[in-house]
Design a binder for this molecule. Structure first.
Ligand SMILES: Cc1cc2nc3c(=O)[nH]c(=O)nc-3n(C[C@H](O)[C@H](O)[C@H](O)COP(=O)(O)OP(=O)(O)OC[C@H]3O[C@@H](n4cnc5c(N)ncnc54)[C@H](O)[C@@H]3O)c2cc1C
Length: 334
């Protein structure tokens, strides 16, 4: 999809192509499973598996948006106060009338209440995030010099590290149990919680990473409908915010946009396009939701369950592991 939109060329300049996803024990660092990526991902799924900083993805999107004369971009504008009249939408600050309002206003969407009374719910976990220079001794010691995605499993928590910014840094995400806090990124995370989690693991040196911040994890439960026909549609996290355990929320938001463009092109009316969009996207989103739930269970397992997990992983070849992800990474639009 990013290739079709002309975004991939921009992104490839700064994104990293990791060689594998390594599932590792947080306790001793041993590799329990290796999902091959690199050229093998390209050959099997028809596109590279890339990791990048969110700002770099947004810059690549922005370059394409500003080069497209059909798009008017207005930043720093609060999207609120819309009027829905018949099948048209308008806004007090504009004379224009529109066919459709796309609410892509994220996990804490204000427009969601126009569609459903259900809201995002806290899942009892906090994500801690920081960046670590790839040259830092802790990065070299724990991640080595080959670009890989590392997922460290431990009883009750996990840590994911992946290379970004042309391989000069690692993005670190640690997910711990916690209580509901202020929504959004809070700078200056509680490092005592992290230190406590990292005790008796190989991850302790990661505490030296720059600017730990924290974010309470929410999800949007499956909604009966993502739209209020004929002219309002929720997309991305506003419609189906997922926990990040399958690393797919932004990917699903991008898929939404591409599928929506296709159905709007093909359908006879906006209402028909909305119905087709929901029919296509809902099974896909629910499959990703199940995968995220499974990862959460498997990565945080303790005791005998963890032993069985490690045994199962040990006997899975790289080819078998890749086949397990065909439905996710090999997916194509209808
Ligand atoms: C710790 C963590 C790790 C993650 N890792 C991954 C990953 O590896 N891969 C992946 O694919 N996804 C990942 N995700 C998920 C990903 O961040 C989200 O799914 C994605 O950002 C959703 O995109 P969106 O455009 O729907 O919403 P957002 O990115 O939240 O964008 C919504 C925007 O709307 C703005 N907004 C809200 N209300 C208004 C308003 N009234 N007017 C104007 N603007 C408004 C918000 O400020 C925000 O900028 C992760 C999430 C977390 C928390």
């Amino acid at each position: 999809m990013l290739r079709n939109l002309g975004i991939l060329d921009h992104l490839q300049k700064i994104a990293v192509q990791p060689q594998a996803v390594l599932l590792r024990s947080a306790r001793d660092g041993s590799v329990k499973s290796r999902l091959p990526l690199g050229e093998q991902a390209q050959d099997r799924w028809g596109a590279s598996y890339l990791t990048c900083h969110r700002a770099d993805l947004q810059s690549a999107l922005l370059e394409c948006v500003t080069a497209n004369r059909g798009i008017k971009l207005k930043l720093d504008a609060l999207a609120q106060g819309f009027c829905f009249t018949g099948d048209r939408v308008s806004h007090p600050l504009s004379d224009a009338q529109f066919d459709l309002l796309l609410a892509a206003d994220g996990i804490w969407s204000g427009l969601r209440k126009e569609v459903t009374s259900l809201d995002a719910r806290f899942v009892g976990r906090i994500a801690y995030r920081a960046m670590l220079s790839a040259d830092h001794p802790a990065a070299r010691a724990i991640f080595g010099t080959t670009p890989n995605v590392h997922a460290f499993m431990a009883a009750g928590f996990h840590t994911v590290a992946y290379p970004v910014s042309g391989g000069t840094a690692y993005n670190l995400v640690v997910v711990l149990p916690g209580n509901e806090t202020q929504r959004g990124w809070v700078q200056g995370a509680d490092l005592d919680e992290l230190r406590h989690a990292f005790k008796s693991t190989i991850l302790a040196p990661l505490i030296a990473a720059d600017g730990w911040s924290q974010w309470p994890l929410y999800e949007v439960p499956p909604l009966e409908s993502w739209s209020r026909p004929p002219n309002l549609l929720l997309t991305g996290d506003a419609a189906h915010g997922l926990t990040p355990f399958a690393a797919q929320g932004a990917a699903m938001a991008i898929e939404d946009a591409s599928v929506l463009a296709g159905v709007l092109d093909d359908a006879g009316s906006v209402a028909e396009a909305l119905a087709k969009f929901e029919r296509q996207r809902k099974p896909r989103i629910e499959q990703v939701r199940r995968r995220a739930g499974f990862n959460s269970f498997a990565w945080h397992a303790a005791g005998p369950v963890a032993l069985i997990r490690d045994l199962v992983l040990k006997h899975r070849t790289g080819a078998k592991l890749m086949a397990d992800f065909d439905w996710l990474y090999g997916w194509r639009e209808d």
